[in-house]
Design a protein around this ligand. Sequence first.
Ligand code: NAD
Length: 423
Amino acid sequence: MAATAPESHLRENPFSLAQQQLHKVAETFGIDERLVNVLQECKKAVEVSIPTSLDDGSVRAFRGYRVTHNVSRGPSKGGIRYHPDVTLDEVKALAMWMTWKCSLMGLPFGGAKGGVSCDPKKMSRGELERMTRRFTSEIINEIGPEKDIPAPDVGTNASTMAWIFDTYSMNKGHSVLGVVTGKPLTIGGSLGREEATARGGLFCLESALEKQGRSMEGLTVAVQGFGNVGSFFAKFVAELGAKVVAISDSTGGIFNANGVDVAAAFVHKRSGGSLSELKGGDHITNEELVTIDCEVFAPCALEQVVTEENASDVKAKVIVEGANGPLTPAADDVLESNGVLILPDVLANAGGVVVSYFEWVQGLQEYFWKEDEVNARLNEIVRRAFDETWATYTDRKVSMRMAAYGLAVQRVAEATVTRGLYP
Ligand code: NAD
C-alpha cells in the first residue's frame, strides 16, 4: 500500500499571514513603508540537513531550520520545534512573532525560531539525542549567548536543551550557560521556567477578568493542547476555582459540563498516557473542542485552529492564545465582530520568553534567583505589558491584537531608526 503524507495542520501559509498582520498594523499605526519593507523580511534563514543514525542501523537525513527575524533590540531568541509539519515558512512566521513578543514585553531581544521536520513521538531517546546534537553542530555558528538563544517549543523539552547546551559547550571548550534557556534545573535552568508560559497566560486572563469586573470562580474554560502550556494553564485556572469543561491533546479530547478532573489528567499525561483514554467525560474531537460551550477558550496546541470556517461557531467570549498563531486573520475579524475578547499570543504566551530572559541573565551572572522572585518579576512584566496593551486598545479603539502588535512593532521600528541602516 502506498504511504500517504499526513495532512498538515497549516491550511494557509503562516509567513504570508504574519506579513499580512504586519501590514495591517503598519497601516493602523502609520509606520513608514520603508521600515515595513525591512520588518516584513527575516534577517537570516539557515536550512540544514541533519544525517542521523537510527536504531535499526539505517541513516535518515532530517531537514532543520534556524531563522532570525530581527536583532535591532538585542540578540535573537526563540524556541525549536520538532514536528512533522515544520516548514521554512512556519519557522519564519514564528520568528517574526517572537520579535513582536520580546518587544511587547520590553526584553532586550529580537526574534528567532528553529525547527526540524520529524516526528519525535516515533523516535527513541537515543535517536532524538543524536539528531539534536548533529542539528546543534550544523547551526553552531548561528547560535550563542550574544547572538541567538534557542528554547523549547512543540516537541522539544528540557532534555533537548541539555543536549544543545552540552554540544555547544563541548565545542567551545567550556560550559556556556547562556546558549539556551529552558534547561534542566541541575545544569543552570531557572526555577519557574517550566510553568512560565502558562503562568503568564493566567496573569493575562486574571487582568482581563479584573477589567470586566468578573472572577475566576466558576468560570467555564476549554483548553486545547495538554503539553507544557495547556496542561499548566488548565491546572492553574482549576486551582483558582475555574471549571475546566474540556481538554485535549493530539489524540482528541474529553468534555464534562461539571468539570474535568484536571489534576488526574495531569498525572495521567505525565505518566505517558493520552487524553483519549481518560475517563470522566464524553470524548470529543479537537474540532468539537473549538466550538464547545464555555466562557473562555485557550488554544494551546498549534496554529490555525480557528479559521473563517469555524470562527462563527466559537461560543467562548474570551480567547487566551497559549499557542502561537492559533487564529487566522479572517477568524479574528469574525470573532471581533461577535464581541469576543482575544488575548493575543504575543501577550498571552509571552511568560515563557520572559522567564527565559531571566534564565539567560542568571546564567550570565552565575547567580540564581528564588522561585518567588522569578514569579513576582514575571507578574510585574506581564501585567505591565497587559496594561499598556489595554490602554492602547481602549484609547485607539482597536483590537487587543492590533494594540499589542502596534506597541511591539513601533518599538522595533524606533530601535531600527535609532541604529540607522548599515552601511
Ligand atoms: P508541547 O509539545 O509541550 O505540547 C503540545 C500539545 O499539543 C500536546 O499536548 C499535543 O498532544 C497537542 N497537540 C498536537 N497537535 C495537536 C492537534 N492537532 N490538536 C490538538 N492538540 C494537539 O508544546 P508546548 O510547548 O506546550 O507548545 C504549545 C504551543 O504554545 C505552541 O504553539 C508553542 O509555539 C506555544 N508556546 C510555547 C511556549 C513554551 O514555553 N513551551 C512558549 C510560548 C508559546
